[in-house]
Design a protein around this ligand. Structure first.
Ligand SMILES: C[S@@+](CC[C@H](N)C(=O)[O-])C[C@H]1O[C@@H](n2cnc3c(N)ncnc32)[C@H](O)[C@@H]1O
Length: 253
């Protein structure tokens, strides 16, 4: 089978439609926005104030965009991003901060003999119902458990050898590290475990300009930062997800 034929079949198989259950990212944020919207609408009705009503409806729209991003949009966007990697199927892929497996398990669906490895601290403030067990159940539901490894660990000190992955991805996870130095450590760890010629993809809502600068400083090639569009907005364009991609140079180049 030629590469084109194979990648067409892969594209058909790896769709954003999921069989697992992936929770809500930063669940306190939509709970707060929804609560405030209901309160404003109630106050508007009691006072008969059209401006407060409009503010409440605006917050409902913000909530709708947030829920779309977490329940559907990020899957649509990552399905396309993973397609652009043109994976052969035998790669080792690392997902830093994999949570319940949204990106990890879609990546695993591109693999045959390869492995999709997820590392996480499973913080429920960052994703509802977050646990290794939830990710494992999702791997079973998606039919990829035989290709998936889960590790409990901190992405600032990855428990993996140098040059041991073909691809490293991270989605909405690095911003959850509060200190700048620790976020930089996570990015340098991603570069350390990536093999020469390997590809890095970081999607996040904060810090991507710093990641771009750091990756260039670390000698990564083809460093690019771009927006990922409205499906990945967390309530509006003011909290947009951006993607940073880079390639680790081959030895001696
Ligand atoms: C918003 S969730 C995103 C999960 C997943 N990447 C996705 O897109 O669905 C962020 C994840 O990063 C994890 N995380 C936060 N800090 C971490 C750290 N220092 N090391 C490993 N994982 C971390 C959290 O436990 C959580 O699972």
């Amino acid at each position: 089978m030629g590469i084109d034929e194979k990648s067409i079949l892969m594209t058909e198989r790896v769709t954003p439609r999921r069989r697992g259950s992936y929770g809500i990212d930063a669940p306190y944020a939509p709970a707060f926005i929804g609560g405030l919207a209901v309160l404003e609408i109630a106050v508007a009705v009691i006072l008969g104030n059209v401006w407060i009503l409009l503010a409440g409806l605006f917050l409902l729209a913000v909530l709708g965009l947030y829920l779309h991003a977490t329940l559907r949009g990020k899957f649509v966007v990552w399905a396309k991003l993973l397609d652009t990697l043109n994976l052969r199927g035998d790669e080792r892929i690392l997902d830093m901060g994999c949570g319940r497996g949204a990106v990890l398990l879609m990546a695993a669906q591109h693999l045959t003999t390869g492995r999709a490895v997820g590392v996480d601290l499973w913080r429920s403030a960052d994703q509802s119902g977050n646990s290794a067990e939830a990710a494992r159940r999702n791997a079973d539901a998606e039919g990829v458990a035989d290709r998936v490894e889960l590790h409990t660990g901190d992405m600032t000190t990855l428990p993996f050898e140098d040059n041991s992955f073909d691809v490293v991805v991270s989605s909405l996870a690095i911003h959850n590290i509060s200190e700048t130095a620790a976020r930089e450590k996570a990015v340098s760890e991603a570069v350390r475990v990536l093999r020469p010629g390997g590809q890095l993809m970081i999607a996040d809502i904060k810090g991507t300009r710093q990641h771009e600068a750091q990756l260039a400083k670390l000698g990564m090639s083809a460093v690019v930062r771009k927006r990922l569009g409205w499906q990945f907005w967390w309530g509006g364009p003011w909290v947009a997800t951006r993607l940073v991609t880079a390639t680790k140079p081959e030895r001696g180049s």
